[in-house]
Design a protein around this ligand. Structure first.
Ligand SMILES: [Zn+2]
Ligand SMILES: [Zn+2]
Length: 180
């Protein structure tokens, strides 16, 4: 789930941290992001990871197919086994993506796992940029692939706020490769 409410606190915290780094430490060493992931052992594709058949249904007034496709391409371009494949029948899909206006309920997107498949909901109530919606979709796909949140500012799987791209980062990719 991509939360909204906590983002201000995090931004404030990030600013304070950034400030202290700038003031107190001059040479900043390279951060190793390769362990920045958390695997959900209960969610995964069980063989479908190399052909994740996804299906999209627009239920509200906004069409997200461009943003969703962008998110899929981002995952397909990672050095992982993940390959997202669009299908046009719900029954032949393992990932069902819906968009609708669910109102001011505190989330942009959510992933709901079921046995054998999963749903992603995108809440068109909120106004985000094209890239931000692609990032929300990509983040929820990360949950569908079997990743929990990991609190690193660079990772797609952080709980709130944006990294500015739907492309998974080092820890996200390492998590997928550790799982599959
Ligand atoms: Zn999430
Ligand atoms: Zn990281």
């Amino acid at each position: 789930m991509k939360f909204i409410k906590k983002s201000l606190i995090r931004i404030t915290l990030a600013c304070v941290l950034l400030l202290s780094i700038t003031v107190f430490t001059l040479p900043v060493g390279a951060v190793d992001h390769s362990t920045h992931y958390s695997i959900n052992p209960f969610v995964g594709w069980n063989g479908h990871e190399s052909h994740v058949e996804w299906w999209y249904s627009q239920m509200g007034s906004k069409n997200f197919i461009g943003e969703i496709s962008y998110a899929c391409n981002s995952w397909n371009n990672t050095p992982t086994v993940i390959n997202m494949v669009r299908v046009y029948s719900k029954s032949g899909s393992v990932l069902r993506i819906y968009s609708n206006n669910w109102g001011d309920n505190g989330w942009y997107g959510q992933h709901i796992p079921y046995i054998g498949y999963g749903n992603i909901n995108l809440n068109e109530y909120y106004s985000l940029s094209y890239t931000q919606w692609a990032e929300v979709a990509s983040h929820e796909m990360g949950h569908a692939h079997g990743l929990f949140h990991y609190n690193c500012a660079s990772e797609l799987m952080k709980a709130s706020g944006f990294i500015g791209t739907p492309n998974p980062y080092t820890g996200d990719i390492a998590g997928i490769n550790a799982k599959y």
